[in-house]
Design a binder for this molecule. Structure first.
Ligand SMILES: NC(=O)c1ccc[n+]([C@@H]2O[C@H](COP(=O)([O-])OP(=O)(O)OC[C@H]3O[C@@H](n4cnc5c(N)ncnc54)[C@H](OP(=O)(O)O)[C@@H]3O)[C@@H](O)[C@H]2O)c1
Length: 492
């Protein structure tokens, strides 16, 4: 295992993301020996912390992580804190001096990772100052990491992309979608391209429909301020769900490298045409959670939420891909808060046999084969097939092959952010999104958003907390003579 060399400059070093995800991720790489002597981290934010206090914060963020107290202390000593307002150009000069000093002290070969773990309104100004105050290193690599959300519509996303592109090339920009770092999302390619059994059946000839569910059981919690300006469509569909769609439906990339995969994803996403207002009404449903005794407050009663808010906490819809492989295969998507259970999953529903000669239980239809990928909180997959009922009956009945990823192996596997950090250090952009993918998904989302913003409360369906969302989401599939495979039972 080769040791990586880099200086990380984390803007928003005192924030929630940095403490909960980034520091444990870096520590995970340190614990594995991928980061050792030759790395340093500058955390910046406005509050006036000392380096010693920063080290305590780092160690607190590692509670529960493996390794000795001594190891954690040694790790924390690679961290330096800079009190800094990102809108003030003068501070970048101090930052540059510290960066140059640390580069020499730790022999970092001029490799720099600029991680923007801050509110998106600061992204452009950070990128601009990094360039104008000459923080870009002339020798090693310079990589800019951009957290979500990347814009709030196509226009703002493009503006942001244009702004950061003044200082960084597409090659140097790493747009985070942490779903791409999840184990089962990464398993989609091997499943599709290393198993001819599935690969040959991966088209409209064999697949009836695809269902993607990202369900949360919690409410808006402390994210009210952001959520009121976003809603479920922007928060979950534009990024995570569209990335999952792309991974599931892209053509086989020419090679296993980032450029080929991005090209394949871009091609399939551009075959998803934005809907007309009529299609939006027909194919998309939005909802907002209600509260009740023992269930919690309704969305409108939560802190910092407008009492007449029309922001959606639930979205379900049908996405159609206009290409030869997928024409006519609906991709049903849904995501929501305060649902019956927390689970992220994909159900691939195959076409049922059309010429059955075998007896079935109560003369019903033969069940379709379903391949289910459970992304979280468990990690694994199920394949539903048909066999003979045990005993004297000849009837066909479904059974399931279950594959739960080995818990011991899984415990050793890196968390999404650790994997992403490693990919950043390796210059591997496979698990990051290309601008063209974002542009395509924003065009689709904008068409829906425009209709919903005009309709305001009209068409907003309220649903009880602890259910699977509004009835309209079931109706959406019932109209196509289909139903959601997952009804909220976490054992399936
Ligand atoms: N938290 C998560 O789990 C999560 C998950 C996915 C994506 N994200 C994304 O990650 C980014 C950061 O989120 P977060 O939850 O970590 O936010 P946060 O807890 O509010 O942290 C914001 C950070 O920015 C600093 N800051 C604010 N204004 C500043 C200024 N003018 N100059 C310098 N520093 C300033 C804050 O420190 P001071 O107040 O000391 O300046 C703080 O360190 C956002 O884009 C978010 O959407 C977060």
């Amino acid at each position: 295992m080769t040791e990586k060399r880099a200086l990380f400059i984390i803007f928003g070093g005192s924030g929630d993301l940095a403490q909960r995800k980034l520091y444990p991720a870096l520590y995970g790489l340190y614990y594995q020996g991928r980061l050792a002597k030759h790395f340093a981290v500058i955390g910046t934010a406005r509050r006036p912390w000392t380096d010693d206090h920063y080290h305590d914060i780092i160690k607190q963020s590692l509670v529960g992580a493996p390794g000795s107290a001594h190891q954690k202390t040694e790790f924390a000593e690679h961290f330096y804190y800079q009190s800094h307002d990102v809108t003030d150009a003068a501070h970048y000069v101090t930052l540059r001096d510290l960066a140059e000093k640390l580069d020499k002290q730790y022999a970092l070969d001029g490799n720099r990772v600029f991680y923007m773990a801050m509110a998106p309104r600061f992204f452009a100004t950070i990128a601009e100052h990094v360039k104008s105050e000459q923080l870009l290193s002339a020798k090693g690599f310079n990589r800019l990491i951009v957290e979500k959300p990347f814009g709030r519509d196509f226009a703002t996303a493009k503006q942001l992309n244009d702004d950061i592109s003044q200082a960084f090339s597409e090659e140097q920009i790493y747009r985070i979608d942490h779903y791409l770092g999840k184990e089962m999302v990464q398993d989609i390619m091997p499943l599709r391209f290393a198993n001819p059994l599935l690969g040959h059946a991966w088209s409209k000839d064999f697949i009836d429909n695809i269902q993607i569910t990202l369900a949360e059981d919690i409410g808006v919690e402390e994210r009210a301020g952001y959520y009121e300006t976003a809603g479920a469509l922007r928060d979950m569909v534009q990024n995570h769900i569209f990335q999952i769609i792309a991974m599931l439906t892209m053509e086989k990339p020419a090679r296993y490298d980032a450029a080929s995969i991005h090209a394949a994803k871009r091609a399939v996403l551009s075959a998803i045409k934005p809907y007309t207002p009529t299609q939006v009404h027909d194919k998309f449903v939005r909802g907002q959670y209600l509260g009740g005794d023992d269930i919690g407050l309704s969305y409108r009663e939560e802190d910092n939420i407008a009492s007449d808010s029309t922001v959606e906490t639930y979205v379900a819809g049908r996405v159609d891909i206009d290409n030869d492989r997928w024409r006519g295969v609906p991709i049903y998507i849904r995501t929501g808060k305060r649902l019956k259970a927390k689970q992220s999953r994909i159900d691939i529903v195959f076409k049922p046999t059309s010429d059955n000669i075998l007896p079935t239980v109560n003369d019903t239809h033969v069940a379709p084969n379903v391949l289910t990928l459970i992304i979280e909180p468990e990690t694994g997959m199920h394949l539903t097939l048909n066999g003979k009922e045990i005993g004297t009956s000849d009837a066909v009945s479904p059974f399931t092959l279950d594959h739960a990823l080995d818990q011991d192996e899984l415990a050793k596997a890196p968390e999404a952010y650790q994997r992403l950090m490693l990919n950043i250090l390796d210059g591997n952009k496979l698990t990051f999104t290309h601008w063209a993918e974002l542009a395509a998904s924003w065009h689709f989302i904008d068409a829906i958003r425009t209709v919903w913003d005009n309709d305001k409360a009209d068409g907003l369906a309220f649903y009880n907390s602890g259910t699977m969302g509004p009835q309209q989401a079931d109706d959406l599939l019932a109209r196509d003579h289909r139903q959601w495979i997952w009804q909220g039972d976490t054992t399936k």
